[in-house]
Design a protein around this ligand. Structure first.
Ligand SMILES: [Zn+2]
Length: 301
């Protein structure tokens, strides 16, 4: 079992420049700076020029950007360029760029673009779903360069929410790991177990509860392995290796249709033969499985 590789959506190079979010003069000057780059984002998607092995975001100048909620993403310390996102309908543009989401192209972006797009998508999806004050129902307004909403009636401030979810590769402490198939997935598609953290629960408790609920197995040890934002719309996936106390699987058919133990050899053979498909390289699930396996594995769904 080795350390997991950095998840695809946990990469970034741009300084978030949080100290600038309330600096209206700096924000106005920066919006007028021709070096400033703007990403348009709609329903978590942006315009992307994607090939088979690499993809790049399509940026606009502030002059070209349509009206819309504006979010400061940060400043590239290397170039001095600032990056904003604008929530707007994505235009048709000439060339190969298409509206794309992080699930499809997140792993193809470079570190800078991956970080910018995750930030932009997560903010835009939160704003779109949190337009009114949860206390009094009044429409809220955007402030702090897109990182806070304020209620004009009662003054309450509302921050972008992040919903923690645990995702765990259950193993037997030796040569086997456990993977499950959700009821909606086709035969042969397997992944790690996962679930939301409930109010008042620690991460370790959430890991143990979810594994017990889904496959009836007690957990005797958890080891944190890393995290990745998963803005569909607002999750933060917290990845663990979880050691099973026994190997007696009893699946909860509502959440898991099938669960199986795999030795490393069985997992290698099944993925090479195509009888088992693992989650895509953009997912932390894939990182956990390959971290346990200590190498890359073929194929994905
Ligand atoms: Zn209010």
């Amino acid at each position: 079992m080795s350390e997991i590789a950095k998840p695809a959506l946990s990469r970034s190079t741009v300084d978030r420049a949080a100290i600038r979010r309330l600096d209206d003069a700096w924000l106005a000057d920066t919006w007028a700076d021709p070096r400033t780059r703007v990403l348009l984002v709609e329903d978590g998607r942006t315009l992307v020029d994607a090939g088979d092995v690499a993809a790049r975001l399509v940026f606009f100048s502030p002059d070209e950007a349509p009206e819309g909620e504006r979010y400061l993403l940060g400043v590239d310390d290397a170039t001095g360029a600032a990056y904003f996102a604008v929530s707007a309908e994505l235009p048709d543009i000439e060339g190969g760029a298409r509206p794309s989401g992080l699930r499809g192209i997140g792993a193809l972006l470079n570190d800078r673009d991956a970080g910018l797009m995750v930030h932009a998508a997560a903010l835009q999806l939160w704003h779109a779903r949190h337009t009114h004050c949860p206390r009094c129902g009044t429409p809220t307004r955007v402030t702090a360069a897109g990182h806070v909403r304020v209620c004009p009636r009662d003054g309450s401030e509302h921050f972008p929410r992040v919903d923690p979810a645990v995702i765990m590769l259950v193993h037997d402490g030796n040569e086997r790991c456990l993977l499950g198939r959700q009821p909606s997935w086709p035969q042969g598609r397997f992944s790690t177990l996962a679930g939301f953290v409930e109010p008042g629960e620690s991460l370790e408790q959430a890991v143990a509860r979810e594994v017990a609920e889904e496959v009836g197995i007690p957990i005797v040890g958890t080891r944190y392995m890393g995290s990745q934002p998963w803005p569909f719309p607002s999750n933060l996936m917290l990845g663990f290796f979880a050691e099973a106390g026994n190997d007696q699987i009893a699946v909860d058919a509502e959440e898991i249709a099938e669960a199986r133990w795999f030795t490393r050899d069985e997992l290698r053979s099944a993925t090479e033969a195509g009888s088992v498909g693992l989650p895509g390289v953009v997912s932390i699930a894939r990182r956990l499985i390959e971290g346990w396996y200590s190498d890359s594995l073929p194929g994905s769904w």
